[in-house]
Every structure is written in C-alpha cells, then in structure tokens.
Design a protein around this ligand. Structure first.
Ligand code: NAP
Length: 293
C-alpha cells in the first residue's frame, strides 16, 4: 500500500502557486484576492474558513473575511454578494456552507458572479465543467484530480465507484471521472443512501471515492485487492487525546482497507489539504483571467 499524501502534494503545489502570485504582483501591482463570507458560528465552518484565509496569506494572496451573525436576512446577504461581485479588486468569492435554515443556499450560489465563483458551485460552472469547457471546478474534486495526476494513477478504462452524490463532492466528482480526459475515462457508478447493497458495487471498484460523512463506513470486506481509495470524509469527534480537542475520522476504515488498497488517502493529511489547493488554484486562475478572459 502506498499513501496518496495530501501534505506532500499540497506543499509542492503551494510553492508553484506562490511563484505565480508573485508574478501577478510584479506585473499588476496587486495580489489575487479571495473574499470569504461566514454566517453564524458553526465550529467546523470557523475552522475551514480560518484555514482558507491562512493558506491564502501563505501563498501571497490577499484574503478578506465578511462575517454575519446567524440571524442575518437572506436579502442582506444577497446584497452583500452583489456588492462583492461589483468590486473590481476581488477575484474570488466564497460563501461558506452550510447556511442557516432561513437562507436558501441555491439563491446565494446563483447570486455569486460565475466569473468569481472559485468554489465552482454555480450552475454555469458546473454545466461548463460537464461540457469540458474552461470553468472553476469545485475545490474538493479539483484537489482530488490534482492528487491522482501527481501520482500518475491510471484511470482510463477503470471502474470508478463514487459513494455520495452531494453537489459539492460526489456529483461533480462522478462527472470529472467520466469525462474524456485525464484523470477520467472511467466507467462511473454513483452510490447514495437509496442504493441497496452498496458492497456489491464497492467490491468491483478499481477506484473508490467515498464522500458520505459516516465514520469508517467502508470496511475491508467491501473492497478488492489493489483498489485505489480516496477518502473524502471528515467526521469530527471530540477527543481528550488531541490539542485541538477533536479528532478527525474518514468515511473509510483506514486500518483494515489499507491492507488491501494499492493507494489510499489518509485522514487527516489527504483530501482536506488538497481541497484548499483547489480553491487557491481557482483564485489564481481568476486573477489571471484564465477561465473567463
Ligand atoms: P452531504 O451533502 O451530507 O452528502 C452525503 C451524501 O452521502 C449524500 O449523497 C447521501 O445520499 C450519501 N449518503 C449518506 N449516508 C449514506 C449511506 N449510509 N450510504 C450511502 N450513501 C450515503 O455530504 P458532503 O458535503 O458531500 O460531505 C461528505 C463528507 O465529506 C463529510 O464527512 C464532509 O465533512 C466531508 N467533506 C470533506 C471535504 C474535504 O475537504 N476533505 C470537503 C467536503 C466535504 P443521499 O443523496 O441519498 O442523501
């Protein structure tokens, strides 16, 4: 078994991104600029946004945080997005999900100018991605493709099973793996909560990508020898054993499954770090007007 090492790949790509950001600064006098909007005080969201901001600064981007209490109205939030859309100094806008129940995430996603939608959630970007046109690709699937490339994982003709069909991970991941490009050209099966006997499908997977949010859901008896495993799950549990007070678990039982896998991502240290890279690369591409000239 070999590790798909998110720490190694993300550090390497960050050096490349920082060099590009320095070129933009030298050429234009400005840094790529990402704005994050955070509503409420969800512990996970606070951590993710802080990490995104920190990584932006580390590669020489400018980052700004717009904060609202959980009772902000949908109208006020939409007005803020419109204001950020119109601000020429901003290259990328992300609104951290989940949002409070009284705010429709679809409305907010569609309000973001697709040319600044560096999360790649806007229907225009998703549609363009499906057509293999230049687009912002959702950060987690994008990061996974970069990792597969880095380790030259063969994908053509393979059976890729994606467990989970969320708008941000499972669904775009399944589209990417089926596209006629590298990584891609897989035969893709998408499993979800209504799939009876998931094991029947996972046992046949050459590449297994799991994004469901259920700790250690995939066990060794559910995979075949030599499978490539991408574990997207980030299940936080409180723990007295760590400094942060919580411990992260994947959706895959690493202990057991790594005995059979040819390649596997650890949690932490795998996909989570690559997600940040996807976001940084999209922001850089926006600043360089690479996707929408
Ligand atoms: P989500 O929106 O909650 O979607 C979960 C998906 O899993 C749904 O499609 C659901 O099916 C399916 N599912 C749930 N229980 C299942 C079961 N028992 N069997 C089969 N399918 C099941 O989740 P998400 O946002 O994609 O996130 C998934 C996990 O990835 C979470 O742990 C999240 O924290 C993590 N995540 C990590 C990163 C990262 O950077 N590493 C980024 C994003 C998310 P239905 O559609 O039928 O309900």
């Amino acid at each position: 078994m070999e590790l798909l090492d998110g720490k190694y790949v993300s550090e390497k790509v960050k050096v490349e991104i920082a060099a590009e950001a320095a070129k933009i600064l030298a050429r234009t006098g400005r840094k790529p600029h990402l704005v994050a909007v955070l509503v409420g005080h969800d512990g996970g969201s606070e951590t993710y946004v802080a990490s995104k901001m920190k990584n932006c600064e580390a590669v020489g981007f400018k980052s700004s945080l717009v904060r609202y209490e959980g009772d902000v109205s949908e109208e006020e939030l939409l007005n803020k997005v419109a204001e950020l859309n119109a601000d020429a100094d901003i290259d990328g806008i992300i609104v951290q999900l989940p949002l409070p129940k009284h705010i429709d995430p679809e409305k907010v996603t569609e309000k973001i100018d697709h040319r600044k939608d560096v999360d790649g959630f806007h229907p225009i970007n998703l549609g363009r991605m499906q057509r293999n046109l230049p687009s912002f690709i959702p950060a987690t699937p994008y990061g996974i493709t970069l990792m597969l490339k880095e380790y030259n994982i063969e994908t053509s003709g393979k059976h890729c099973v994606v467990v989970g069909r969320s708008n941000i991970v499972g669904s775009p991941m399944s589209i990417l793996m089926a596209r006629n490009t590298y990584p891609g050209n897989c035969t893709v099966t998408v499993c979800h909560s209504r799939t009876p006997d998931i094991k029947k499908f996972t046992l046949d997977a050459d590449i297994l990508i799991v994004a469901i949010g259920k700790k250690n859901f995939i066990t060794a008896d559910m995979v075949k020898e030599g499978v490539v495993v991408i574990d997207v799950g980030m299940n936080r549990e409180t723990s007295t054993l760590t400094k942060s007070g919580f411990k992260l678990f994947g959706d895959v039982d690493f202990e057991g499954v790594s005995q059979k896998a040819s390649w596997i991502t650890p949690v932490p240290g795998g996909v989570g770090l690559m997600t940040i890279i996807g976001l940084l690369k999209n922001t850089l591409a926006s600043a360089n007007k690479q996707v929408y000239p």
